[in-house]
Design a protein around this ligand. Structure first.
Ligand code: DGL
Length: 281
């Protein structure tokens, strides 16, 4: 595998950009290619097999067309459902977001009460519960599914007053359980950080699972001799969406806070329900 090739990131939508942003800052010379499968989001309520199939389709496009050297599953739901299968089948290293978030939360808690907000799929999988207690068996984990938060972010409504009120209402029962640490167990949720922090109060520490993952990306690239030998520019990163490039571009440009226009392209979902693949058009 050529170490100068790009790193691939995949998510069901714009959420994975929270991982991309942190990674752009810490890996300034790498090249990134991102896919947000916006046409088929949300992944949270989907059966596990569907999430596995969709994630494989994104991985296969990135491998065949972009020759990626490493894949980051920048989506907790896809990590919970598909990480072991992808690691077993792909010829490159594959990194998920759950173990890094779980480790950071286990290290952060003082009162041993951790909250996790995630999609229904991630909550149902029990992946966070298992990963956190793996690092630290003596903690209690309270999980809550927040599918509505995903839709708010995709609709570019993260900063409205109505959103703040809704987030506060949803998180009140979790805060009442006395947690001192809250895992943002969905990559869409860091876009709601101000509303979430306001809702849970300043004493609750938020853990951004995606941001924690960047450290693992750096370790993997270093250990496997895959750090780029040339100086790429993040201005040349490519962003694919399976839905509308304009809406995607609006959210992505604001979130990534880059001066240059983003290269946002459309990816078509081709084929019937049972044999789909992705194609640039
Ligand atoms: N951003 C994804 C996650 O981290 C999924 C959101 C969704 O599509 O339901 O779980």
């Amino acid at each position: 595998m050529n170490k100068n090739n790009p790193i691939g990131f995949v998510d069901s939508g714009v959420g994975g950009l929270t991982v991309v942003k942190a990674a752009q800052n810490q890996l300034p010379h790498e090249q990134f290619v991102f896919i947000g499968d916006t046409a088929r989001m949300p992944y949270g309520p989907r059966p596990a097999q569907e999430v596995i199939d969709y994630t494989f389709q994104m991985a296969e496009f990135l491998l065949a067309e972009k020759q990626i050297k490493l894949l980051v599953i920048a989506c907790n739901t896809a990590t919970a459902r598909a990480l072991p299968q992808l690691q077993a089948k792909l010829p490159i290293p594959v990194i998920g977001v759950i173990a890094p978030g779980a480790r950071a939360a286990a290290n952060a808690t003082k009162n041993r009460q951790i909250g996790v907000i995630a999609t229904q799929g991630t909550v149902t999988s029990g992946a966070y519960q298992a990963a956190i207690t793996d690092f630290r068996p003596d903690v209690a984990v309270a999980q809550q599914a927040e599918p509505e938060f995903v839709q708010i972010v995709e609709a570019n409504q993260a900063s409205t007053q109505a959103t703040q009120a809704l987030v506060a209402k949803h998180l009140a029962p979790l805060t009442a359980q006395g947690i001192d640490t809250l895992v943002l167990g969905c990559t869409h949720f860091p876009l709601l950080t101000p509303a979430i922090q306001a809702a849970v109060g300043p004493t609750v520490q938020l853990v951004d699972a995606g941001r924690e993952t960047v450290q693992v990306i750096i370790e993997t690239l270093t250990n496997q001799g895959l750090l780029t030998g040339v100086t790429h520019q993040h201005a040349n990163d490519v962003f694919y969406t399976t839905k509308d490039p304009e809406t995607f571009s609006t959210i992505a440009t604001a979130w990534l806070a880059r001066e240059d226009a983003l290269d946002v392209r459309h990816l078509a979902i081709v084929g019937d329900k049972h044999a789909q693949h992705l194609e640039e058009n």
